[in-house]
Design a binder for this molecule. Structure first.
Ligand code: CP
Length: 316
């Protein structure tokens, strides 16, 4: 479906946002339209106070720049308040159960909970026990808010999504997983080039194939041929820092000027950041005219505000 032919209702059925696989294409469009509206209002200085009197918990199990800052400032811009809870400063770090933590947080008056650095089982448990919206700010298998923001950024830059080709080069990690689901649900074509043993999980690829075509290859040139967007992420994700073998295998998957020249002439370069220039991408590409990575990072603010507003409208 063409996003430009979709009429938004600015409503979501869901009360949690754990993975893109849980959202329909229409729900993804709702979030993208809401992000566009948030950005327009922000740019003209229009105040929106839909979170007035509400407090959002940010329970983070790993470090963050973009996710944390875009949520903290986004919540303030919507008139709300937040509590930042580093996981290692809570009793979770001493073995308190997710069930007990989740059951109690809503009772103190939190209106939503953003979790970062939890596994899928823990996310499900938080969502099942908490009577407030639970949002996945990154897990080992997915990064839904990042990819929603990326889809919004592509729409903003290219004027549409349908039939565009995105080539992801590198490690088949949580970002690659969410790109597979997000792109196919928006009728984009996606190609993933990863070295043998580092492709995205079979279960994710099979899930994505229910919605659209996916090319999985070990050839960078095959993946980027005719691509409208070339995307990469760090070779080594958080918690994987000692994986030297993986780094060596990924050496040939660096996005260079030569790689970009195999894509369409007007192809965009995307990266969810943080960037390691000289590893997964050359500085020439990351800082070059095709790069839109700062726009992606900026749009996290508007997308997070959109997600909070739509999710918190519903009673759980
Ligand atoms: N892309 C992303 O999630 O950035 P942070 O790790 O800085 O939050």
């Amino acid at each position: 479906m063409d996003i430009n032919k979709y009429t938004p209702k600015f409503r979501l059925k869901n009360t949690d946002l754990l993975h893109l696989a849980d959202l329909t294409s229409e729900e993804i469009f709702e979030l993208l339209y809401a992000a566009r509206s948030m950005k327009k209002k922000y740019k003209v200085g229009e105040n929106i106070s839909i979170l007035r009197g509400k407090t959002v918990g940010l329970l983070f199990g790993n470090v963050s720049t973009r996710t944390r800052v875009s949520f903290e400032l986004g919540i303030r811009q919507l008139g709300g308040d937040f509590i930042f809870l580093p996981k290692n400063e809570t009793q979770l770090s001493r073995g308190e159960s997710v069930k007990d933590t989740a059951a109690m947080l809503g009772r103190y008056g939190l209106s939503a909970l953003v979790l970062r650095g939890f596994n899928d089982e823990e996310l499900e448990e938080f969502a099942a026990v908490c009577d407030i919206p639970v949002i996945n700010g990154i897990s080992d298998t997915s990064h839904p808010l990042q990819v929603l923001s990326d889809l919004y950024t592509v729409w903003e830059k290219k004027g549409g999504l349908e039939n565009l080709k995105l080539a992801y080069i590198g490690d088949g990690n949580n970002v690659a997983n969410s790109l597979i689901i997000g792109c196919t649900k928006c009728d984009m074509n996606i190609a993933i080039a990863s070295p043998n043993g580092y492709s995205p999980a079979r279960s994710i690829v099979e899930r994505g194939m229910q919605y659209g075509d996916i090319l999985i290859t070990d050839s960078v040139s095959e993946a980027v041929r005719d691509a409208d967007v070339v995307y990469t992420d760090v070779f080594i994700s958080m918690n994987d820092e000692d994986d030297e073998k993986k780094k060596i295998k990924l050496e040939k998957y660096r996005v260079t000027k030569e790689v970009m020249s195999l894509a369409k002439e007007d192809a965009l370069f995307m990266h969810c950041m943080p960037v390691r220039r000289g590893e997964e991408v050359t500085a020439e590409v990351a800082d070059g005219p095709q790069s839109i990575m700062y726009d992606q990072a900026e749009n996290r603010l508007h997308l997070n505000k959109a997600a909070l507003s739509l999710l918190m409208m519903n009673e759980k």
